[in-house]
Design a protein around this ligand. Sequence first.
Ligand code: NG1
Ligand code: ZN
Length: 533
Amino acid sequence: PAIHQAITEAAAKYRFPEGRVFEYGTAGQPRTANSDLLNTVVFAVGLLAGLRSKKLNGQWIGVMVTASHNPAEDNGVKLVDPMAEWETYATKLANAPLDKVADVYNELIKEIDIKMDNPARVVFARDTRASGSRLVGILNAALSATEVEFMDFKFMTTPQLHYIVRCKNTLGTPYEYGEPTEQGYYEKLGEAFKKVMRSVKVQGHLTVDCANGVGGPKLHELIKYLPSAEQGGIDIKVVNDNVINPDSLNFECGADYVKTKQRAPPSSKAAPLERCASLDGDADRLVYYYIDENNVFRLLDGDRIATLAASFIGDLARNAGIAQKLKIGVIQTAYANGASTDYIEKVLKLPAVCTKTGVKHLHHAAMRYDVGVYFEANGHGTVTFSENALKTIKSAEPQSPAQQQALECLVGLTDLINQAVGDALSDMLLVEAILAHKGWTTKEWLGTYTDLPSRLVRVEVADRSIFKAVDAERKLESPPGLQDKIDALQSRYNKGRSFARASGTEDAVRVYAEAASRSEADDLASRVANAVK
Ligand code: NG1
Ligand code: ZN
């Protein structure tokens, strides 16, 4: 009853967003930061996070306030440990009129069967968006009203918050993940990087575009824990690290800009062949690129990071003499370039699995392997190691110095890679280490296979809910007949592949097409887009 009262009083400060219905999408982010909708959604997520923690007997739950790669004026909120059925609970809470929120909260307690005597613990953080402080205040109000123990980690990258949650929940168990502090994160990455780099040296320097987001200050901090260039470490030049001007966030820079525009940020001063990387606004996406000798932009996206990591870990497992004991798999979505899938299956001889869009699906599929390498083409991804993999790697008896070296490197990788979630800073260190080990420049990395030209178009439709996808979102079962048209179209092109699906984050349908030549890919994309309209 006290909580019911407190919720109602806290909720009375907000306005119910007239005429709008909140739905949980691919990433569960309603977007415009100043809308009443977002206030009530954040309040609902705060209430829900406490319930979820109680349900899990007081496990720490994370709440991140960010809109990732989206414009500075947007914002959003995500639960660090998402579960499909909790999305429907969030929807219920967020759509309740404010004077009824406490009633819905009570109904949920019954529906989910929550023991209210259990402790509830929540950590939260935010990116650098101006609206973040207001939204964190709302979270605070929801958590206070429901008597939840919480910690505010202020500014953090999304993966840093995931790291904190994992550390807190494994403290005192055999799976202890690390020190649950921001410094602990840097120390862990720094130590692991040194271990992986023991016998090699990074060539040249790396320019990192931080999207003018929270990744900028955090990268500056991380660098303090890395070996200097003289010690064999990376010579990192940090650019687009302005977090003072709030409008510059993701503006003409960052991983999403680079991937979708297929060009370097206009502000880039990188010379030809210089190695460059871009993070997104909350530093959970990473892409690499360079300008070649002919001034042509060359992108190394998530597919490239996945193939690089899978090939390296496969080699290490063989060199360590444990290849037979580690089942390695690569998880992609339908947006992965067909050439990368071919390369994984035919050259790396590893299984390539396709899942629905959204990292929760990829992460889940990755967990079915001892080593699960998963990346979305847009640069979000990581590598997971199963319990069996960790045991195998840590207990293997090396039979030669070469085996020992490979094993030590693998051990280092299990610490270097953020296994909780895709992490641009951790992925960046991984890529740098692999390139150093292979002695590769970005040009050699790009040379492993040739991407098929591809095109992604966004099609505005009257009602995107009629587009129902099946087969890992590669086929449409509704509207009737459309898939047959797409099949017929793609069969006319050399290496043609195309699919359409409703976006989970935008009110639009996305059409993807690839084919043997640029003109064929463009043509196929526009014909399929016309069929969708
Ligand atoms: P939607 O809008 O459902 O296509 C987009 C990205 C996903 C993922 C989510 C979450 C593409 C084609 N889609 O999803 O990969 O990153 O946003 O941010 O890039
Ligand atoms: Zn992001």
